[in-house]
Ligand binder design. Structure first.
Ligand code: HEC
Ligand code: HEC
Ligand code: HEC
Ligand code: HEC
Ligand code: HEC
Ligand code: HEC
Length: 291
């Protein structure tokens, strides 16, 4: 599965960058859009007078605006369920809302969707949108109803921002906030809902962590390349220098199928106390001092 995800990303972004070391799966033919009847698509991301351009720009820069993926065989209907719900076609009766009579005629394996027809995760996925005006309140668009049943309200109410995020950040993608200080936080306490950016040293959070009133071991220049969570992780994830800048970060132990395959990923399960020996252990491969 990790290979499928990897190849998917190769297809999605830049085939050139890796062409030297990976055989490239040809993308599906350009005509391979779904044959199922789909309601005429309204403009994907409506801009309306009075609509905050900040919000739109923030969203545009986020990964939610660039979610195209396909598996190694070029198929992506299952992926679209989270990556582009408006492209997703139900293939099982279980996925069809009882109210949706029209949907029931469309259960057949869908053809792959090409990038040009991919709908990303637009405003209307998370907000009721009428005549291109996006309302502020959040709601969840049921894609099956939206695509097939023009009479029913396709929006389901949402109890919290986290519940909205977890429509997709679930199952193998679920974020574990642990039992520590962040246990009861909602995703948008830290993440901007549109840019999806988050920072531990955000003004609302630990802005002065690295300039504490009383000195804190580890909150110093020697650890400038150590991400906060590499020290404060409570999930006992492995840590090591990651990425081009060699920033120390936690590694998620498995891939999305549960197969061991450590991958750089910010732990969300955090605690105050820190074990220096997590990195400064005898015989550590990075030659960090151990006294
Ligand atoms: C249950 C919802 C869900 C499904 C189904 C899903 N994804 Fe994702 N995917 C996500 C989320 C959420 C993220 C980003 C956040 C994260 O990595 O935790 C993501 C991230 C990715 C990434 C970025 C790299 C990574 O692993 O973090 C790739 C590539 C990807 N998915 C490919 C696929 C492919 C290919 C499929 C279909 C075979 C698929 N996904 C199906 C929810 C899903
Ligand atoms: C992934 C879901 C998601 C998408 C996509 C999304 N929003 Fe939001 N939006 C939210 C959430 C959640 C909030 C509430 C934020 C909070 O409570 O901090 C919100 C709040 C807002 C608000 C009110 C607060 C503010 O920041 O001004 C506006 C206006 C808004 N969104 C417009 C948009 C527009 C326009 C788009 C498309 C460019 C969009 N949203 C896309 C989830 C989303
Ligand atoms: C409709 C499904 C969906 C919803 C709802 C959703 N996300 Fe996502 N999110 C994704 C997918 C899919 C990706 C990965 C896109 C890619 O890389 O192809 C992603 C990516 C992200 C990333 C970037 C991950 C990275 O590797 O950098 C963050 C952060 C994020 N989402 C946070 C949120 C938050 C916070 C909310 C709620 C306000 C939310 N998402 C709601 C599907 C969703
Ligand atoms: C090199 C390891 C290390 C790094 C990196 C690190 N911390 Fe800490 N942090 C510590 C230690 C050790 C303590 C003291 C724990 C204790 O009192 O049990 C601490 C304490 C804290 C506290 C509690 C302070 C208090 O007054 O009770 C907060 C909040 C915190 N860190 C946030 C952060 C943030 C935010 C970052 C990233 C900007 C960060 N830490 C990076 C080691 C680290
Ligand atoms: C206490 C603050 C906080 C909360 C609560 C929080 N996050 Fe995060 N999240 C962060 C920070 C900080 C990062 C790292 C951002 C970076 O390094 O760019 C992050 C990173 C992520 C990533 C990318 C991880 C990676 O390394 O690729 C995803 C996906 C994500 N968060 C989703 C969520 C979702 C979904 C929720 C709600 C269930 C959530 N987060 C709640 C602070 C938070
Ligand atoms: C997540 C890994 C990690 C943890 C946990 C950690 N450190 Fe470090 N530490 C480092 C790195 C990386 C350096 C920088 C080494 C360099 O610049 O060559 C460093 C440097 C140091 C140095 C400077 C001397 C040296 O070895 O270069 C001291 C002293 C130090 N750490 C003490 C601590 C103490 C005390 C704790 C616990 C509060 C701690 N560290 C926790 C990774 C860590």
């Amino acid at each position: 599965m990790s290979i499928r995800l990897f190849i998917a990303r190769v297809l999605a972004s830049s085939a050139l960058a890796v062409s030297a070391c990976q055989p490239i799966t040809p993308p599906p033919p350009p005509t391979a859009t779904s044959a199922a009847p789909v309601a005429p698509a309204p403009p994907a991301q409506p801009t309306t007078a009075g609509q905050s351009t900040d919000v739109k720009q923030a969203w545009q820069a986020s990964q939610h605006a660039n979610t195209f993926v396909a598996d190694a065989d070029g198929n992506n209907n299952d992926c679209a369920r989270c990556h582009a719900p408006m492209n997703w076609l139900p293939t099982s009766m279980n996925d069809i809302p009882a109210t949706c009579q029209a949907c029931k005629f469309n259960i057949s394996p869908p053809k792959p969707v090409v990038q040009a027809d991919w709908k990303n995760i637009g405003c209307k996925q998370c907000h009721k949108t009428e005549k291109d005006v996006v309302t502020k309140e959040v709601a969840w668009l049921n894609a099956a109803i939206a695509q097939f049943d023009t009479n029913a309200d396709p929006y389901a109410p949402i109890t919290s921002n986290t519940a909205l995020c977890e429509k997709c950040h679930r199952d193998a993608f679920k974020i574990d906030l642990g039992k520590g200080a962040h246990a009861n936080k909602v995703c948008t306490d830290c993440h901007d809902a549109h840019s999806t950016q988050a920072s531990c040293t955000d003004a609302r959070c630990h802005a002065n962590a690295l300039k504490p009133d009383k000195p804190i071991a580890g909150h110093d220049a020697a650890h400038a390349n150590v991400n906060c969570v590499a020290c404060h992780d409570a999930a006992s994830w492995q840590v090591e220098p990651t990425g081009e800048k060699r920033i120390w970060l936690t590694l998620r132990p498995t891939d999305r199928t549960g197969t061991p395959n450590p991958t750089a990923f910010a732990s969300h399960n955090l605690q105050k106390q820190v074990d220096c020996a997590r990195c400064h252990f005898a015989g550590n491969p990075w030659n960090l001092k151990t006294q």
